[in-house]
Write a protein that binds this ligand. Structure first.
Ligand code: SF4
Ligand code: SF4
Length: 126
């Protein structure tokens, strides 16, 4: 079923993720922000000490952390992108930034850009 969110002019069909091959997890380099609670939960899930988890999977940008990327095709992929299943390998523990995609304030004014990336979005008819 399509999702809608107040303040957004488009809907999102999560079923499209099954055929999309993870386009929002690959491509150009970018930040995948992760907060302290998310870091704690994910490191527990991976059976790692928080500090080990940070060294292995995160980069520090100012006072914040972002998930590392790896080279993929002609660009990059999130380190947690599973290249075999073409999906997120930590789906239940993915950070809020990933959970809230594609309903980001930025896309309210940049729908064309979103449309090129995400096959699941559709402008709502009035
Ligand atoms: S780009 Fe859109 S359709 Fe593709 S995986 Fe991401 S949210 Fe799903
Ligand atoms: S954490 Fe998962 S959903 Fe988020 S960018 Fe990485 S692979 Fe994609």
């Amino acid at each position: 079923m399509c999702e809608v969110k107040s303040g957004f002019k488009y809907s999102f069909d999560p079923k499209k993720c099954e055929i999309c091959k993870g386009k929002c997890c690959i491509g150009e380099s970018g930040y995948i922000w992760i907060n302290d609670d998310e870091i704690y939960r994910l490191s527990k899930h991976l059976n790692l000490e928080v500090e080990d988890f940070k060294k292995r999977y995160l980069i520090k940008i100012g006072s914040r952390y972002s998930i590392r990327e790896k080279p993929y095709n002609f660009g990059f992929a999130c380190k947690f992108f599973d290249e075999k299943t073409l999906n997120c390998s930590i789906y239940e523990f993915r950070p809020n930034q990933c959970r809230t995609f594609p309903f980001w304030d930025y896309f309210k004014k940049n729908f064309k850009e979103l449309e090129l990336e995400c096959i699941g979005v559709k402008l709502l008819s009035n």
